[in-house]
Design a protein around this ligand. Structure first.
Ligand SMILES: [Zn+2]
Length: 313
């Protein structure tokens, strides 16, 4: 995607144009590297709030460049969840803006003792393996640096339930979904702009189930569907309108209900490919989509160990 930054203009009647300002920075999903999640910059009169900070310095630097151009400090970061494609950039932003508060779920504390620590030995070994491509090693170093710097992952402003952040005259509503895409997913609703920023609760081309629990995730999507919004920004992929989100939610319900039952994996994969066809079409590599869905059904959604870990029971 050549245009990495685009400004979304919110509903004309909601607010004067000068206030309807948030900027979408698309995360990249390259074939040979780890992805970056999408970022959002919300602009107050004198300060900026950032939702998710990316993984690679190239992504995070787009956020910092915008703050520099606007001549406003970044005073707050919201992490929608602890996955490192959304949170690695925290440290880089705070190196430039040390006073930036960090709002996130405390689920990251569990991840630092579990999911995130599991890969360390293998990661360290890969750095000495001449067969591993340099781009992969760069990603590995970013991972190791991030987990060795927990102060920039663990929130100083934990989101344990509904809360509000004031940004000038604007009120952002934060909500916590438990045991959805992760053990704690934060999403942000901006009622003035009728916009909602949901992190990896919505991912195009397919839901990333690496640490997901279908039951809690369905509940979160149902709650979001009740909101009055016009634009939803997913964790990966382009912003969508409410109607597209509702169709995403229906496809998600059908796919996960299939995985909860005992139909063959291929049937569940086919359900997402059909009902989520408009989202699947956004990805060039259909083999990747099929392989990822198959992996998630077999190894996560139908694994009793993973279900009990990610659903917290
Ligand atoms: Zn992500």
């Amino acid at each position: 995607m050549s245009i990495a930054i685009m400004t979304l203009v919110a509903g004309l009647s909601a607010a004067p144009a000068s206030q309807a300002a948030y900027t979408f920075i698309e995360g990249q999903l390259p074939a040979n590297r780890q992805p970056d999640g999408n970022s959002i910059i919300i602009e107050g009169a004198q300060e900026l709030l950032v939702i998710d900070t990316g993984r690679h310095p190239e992504h995070t630097d787009k956020i910092i460049a915008m703050a520099t151009a606007r001549n406003k400090p970044i005073t707050a970061i919201v992490n929608t969840h602890w996955h490192l494609d959304h949170a690695t950039g925290n440290a880089r932003i705070r190196a430039a803006y040390p006073d930036a508060k960090l709002y996130a779920s405390t689920a990251v504390e569990g991840a630092l003792k579990g999911f995130l620590i599991r890969g360390v030995d293998e990661a360290k070994a890969s750095l000495n393996d001449p067969a591993v491509p340099e781009a992969r090693k760069t990603d590995t170093r970013l991972y190791l640096n991030a987990i060795n710097d927990p102060a920039n992952l663990v929130p100083d402003h934990p989101v344990n339930g509904p809360m509000t952040i004031k940004l000038g005259g604007r009120e952002l509503q934060l909500r916590l979904a438990r045991h959805a895409a992760t053990a704690g997913d934060v999403w942000v609703y901006d009622p003035a702009d009728k916009a909602v920023f949901v992190g990896d609760l919505v991912v195009v081309p397919l839901p990333f189930f690496d640490t997901g629990c279908a039951e809690g995730w369905r509940q979160a999507l149902a709650e979001i569907d009740q909101l009055d919004f016009q634009t939803l920004v997913p964790g990966h992929g382009l912003p969508m309108d409410h109607g597209s989100f509702s169709s995403y939610r229906r496809a998600f319900e059908a796919f996960t209900t299939c995985a909860d039952g005992n139909q063959p994996t291929a049937s569940c994969v086919a359900i997402w490919q059909q009902q989520g066809a408009s989202f699947v079409a956004a990805h060039a590599d259909q083999k990747y989509v099929q392989a990822a869905l198959t992996y998630y059904v077999d190894r996560i959604m139908r694994s009793p160990a993973r279900r009990s870990e990610y659903c917290g029971k």
